[in-house]
Design a protein around this ligand. Structure first.
Ligand code: URA
Length: 237
């Protein structure tokens, strides 16, 4: 639930003081009935809010997480492949959500979407060093030499230098990998540079935000607390 005046500001119709005047003049309706109370609590996903009869809601700042299944490309459109956009509920179409970074077609797990361009750029910027934790099943067995090579900053087979990263062997052919950047096929290429071909990859955490028990293929909005934690993490750097 959110205050009506905040919703109206986020919709871009005016500043907080302009919104106050607009509300006073009775031009705003909630579910078809005129509403003048700026503090009225509304559920933006359910309430129909209109200004002079035009329905609003296009630019409400929204951050959602998806547990991405394999088989979908991270793109807003694709002529051939299924895209992650198809996994968002149609009711959210007007929110203009964009994926934050990308997961490969075969990779599963946590993928964020937002319509806040500034937040999006801060989350994917290597300068902000937001750690992303991946679970990998792979050929071979990671050893101390691999752990140290990751920590020192790997050089990929094509000569690309990576920032220091963390490799935690979990057992034969299973590891956790933490990286703070998002180069193309990064984890797969890092593992390959140490002769461990990745067979399965799942993103389990992004910054302070774990994937948790969200079922595969499902989406949910971040809670205010999760969003505040994430914001705190990126603004601290
Ligand atoms: N690294 C990869 O190799 N693939 C992903 O999808 C994400 C990180």
């Amino acid at each position: 639930m959110e205050r009506l005046d905040k919703f109206l500001c986020d919709s871009g119709i005016g500043t907080r003081s302009q919104v106050k005047v607009i509300l006073k003049s009775g031009r705003v309706t909630v579910d078809g009935k005129p509403e003048k109370d700026p503090g009225r609590k509304i559920d933006p996903d359910k309430a129909v809010i209109a200004l002079d009869g035009d329905i609003l809601g296009g630019m409400r700042r929204t951050v959602v997480m998806l547990n991405k299944p394999a088989g979908y490309v991270t793109a807003t459109e694709d002529p051939v492949e299924k895209t992650v956009m198809e996994l968002l509920p149609v009711e959210w179409k007007h929110l203009d959500l964009k994926p934050v970074g990308r997961l490969d077609k075969a990779t599963e797990g946590l993928l964020l979407f937002t319509n806040d361009g500034d937040l999006l750029h801060r989350l994917i910027s290597p300068k902000k060093e937001v750690p992303k934790i991946y679970y990998a099943r792979h050929e071979g067995q990671a050893d101390d030499g691999d752990v140290q090579a990751f920590a020192a900053g790997l050089t990929l087979r094509d000569g690309t230098a990576c920032l220091p990263a963390k490799l935690e062997p979990l057992g034969p052919g299973e590891s956790l990998v933490t990286v703070c950047e998002g180069k193309y096929h990064q984890v797969r290429r890092m593992m390959a540079s140490r002769n461990m071909t990745v067979l399965y990859l799942e993103r389990r955490q992004e910054g302070t935000l774990p994937l948790g028990d969200l079922p595969r293929g499902q989406v949910r909005e971040l809670t205010a607390e999760e969003l505040a934690d994430l914001e705190r993490e990126i603004s601290a750097k």
